[in-house]
Design a protein around this ligand. Structure first.
Ligand SMILES: Cc1cc2nc3c(=O)[nH]c(=O)nc-3n(C[C@H](O)[C@H](O)[C@H](O)COP(=O)(O)O)c2cc1C
Length: 388
């Protein structure tokens, strides 16, 4: 089934730091809000519709960072995590409403229930895996009641809210959209009744198809439909060969000891089914990283969460993305290392192939004559007609 709709493309703010080589201290960029503003401004200009801001103990606080970035951008939306258990639903409702207001309706919400035992314990959350979703269900009864109607009452097993009020409403109605990515059965059951968009990490198309079918069935049992997004890294270059070289370079300073240590932490610290599915793609082995055509699992050797990248020329990657699109994916949350340079690369190389309009393309570059770069003297361009 061909799908002619342009994909909705978001970028990523690496709010725990950035770098050029995975698992290495070479060419790293520590967390720096000014740098994140540069990435956000680039994403805004280049035609990305939004950015995902991750949440976690190693990250900058995501609501505050989004408010800061909103002031530096014009159109860009911010996908910001609500993490049940780290604060009350009424506190999160106020955060969400104010962020939606200061950004003039540019807030998207990502429900993150969590999967790392040490991180959850650090946040004071000790519920077992499936019960965390029961807690989250009560949390969103109160949260959604507040952001949609300004009122909520709940005497639940986990959450009690007595005559909770939200006086100042968000801009978006009935509320900012709810995104969610959790792969366990409990996650799908919890989310199917409330979310707008289901997110998956970049698994091979056959596995993504299974997940989509599962979520669609669960949503249908609530009389609902949800849309779908995929979270992937991108290594796009002018040719396939250059792209694979760049993938190899990204892990060229990664030692086997570093991989073993990272895999041990992921295996022992995480009860996330989504994380286990990412690990199972490569099992810590660096010799079998192309887990499906052009889908490379090298990032997941050391990085938690999204562990796969699409690798190839713009044409190759566009073809792979169309396969996901044909399964029902309409949104891509992309990233690449380092995030500022790769935001440009993905937009300049891949967006034209995908038919994604960039605001830059809408600006008149010349009076109609082609230009070549670098021949104009004093750094200027020379008009094409003057060249010959
Ligand atoms: C696109 C996407 C983004 C996510 N972002 C975060 C994040 O910022 N922080 C985090 O701790 N978990 C994040 N997660 C993990 C999930 O929200 C979830 O907590 C975890 O996978 C456990 O659920 P499971 O066992 O049901 O898979 C993300 C997942 C996806 C698919």
């Amino acid at each position: 089934m061909a799908n002619d709709q342009a994909l909705d493309f978001l970028w990523f703010i690496p709010s725990s730091g950035d770098g050029s080589y995975l698992g290495s201290d070479k060419l790293t960029r520590p967390s720096d809000p000014e740098y994140f503003a540069e990435i956000a401004r680039a994403a805004d200009r280049l035609g990305y519709s939004g950015v995902l801001i991750p949440t976690g103990a190693a990250c900058e606080e995501s609501f505050l960072l989004a408010a800061y970035l909103a002031a530096h951008t014009e159109r860009l939306k911010f996908l910001v995590a609500v993490r049940p258990g780290t604060a009350s639903p009424s506190h999160y409702a106020r955060l969400a409403s104010t962020l939606d207001r200061v950004s003039r309706g540019r807030l998207l919400l990502n429900i993150v229930v969590g999967g790392s035992a040490s991180e959850l314990a650090g946040d004071g959350i000790f519920l077992p895996h499936d019960e965390r979703y029961n807690h989250a269900a009560e949390f969103f009864q109160v949260f959604n009641g507040l952001v949609e109607t300004g009122k909520a009452n709940l005497d639940g097993k986990y959450i009690k809210a007595l005559n909770a009020r939200l006086v100042v409403p968000p801009v978006q109605q009935p509320r900012p959209p709810l995104y969610f990515g959790g792969s366990s059965d409990a996650a799908v059951d919890f989310s199917a009744g409330i979310i707008d968009k289901y997110l998956t990490w970049g698994e091979p198309p056959a596995q993504v198809a299974e997940k989509i079918a599962h979520v669609r069935r669960a949503a249908a049992s609530h009389g609902r439909e949800v849309s779908f997004g995929i979270r992937l890294h991108f290594i796009v270059r002018e040719t396939d060969e250059e792209a694979w070289e760049a993938a190899d370079r990204l892990i060229s300073h990664l030692t086997d000891d570093t991989i073993a240590a990272a895999q041990e932490v992921l295996r022992t610290q995480s009860d996330s089914v989504g994380q286990a599915r990412m690990l199972a793609l490569h099992n810590g082995r660096r010799d079998k990283l192309e887990v499906s055509p052009n889908l490379w699992a090298g990032v997941g050797l050391v990085r938690t969460g999204a562990g796969t990248a699409l690798v190839g020329s713009p044409k190759t990657i566009a073809a792979r993305l169309r396969e996901y699109q044909d399964l029902g994916i309409d949104t891509v949350i992309a990233s690449g290392f380092p995030h500022l340079e790769e935001a440009y690369r993905v937009a300049e190389l891949l967006f034209p192939e995908l038919g994604i309009a960039s605001p830059l393309n809408q600006m008149r570059a010349t009076f109609g004559e082609k230009q070549v770069f670098g021949g104009g003297g004093h750094g200027g361009n020379v008009k094409h007609s003057e060249k010959s």
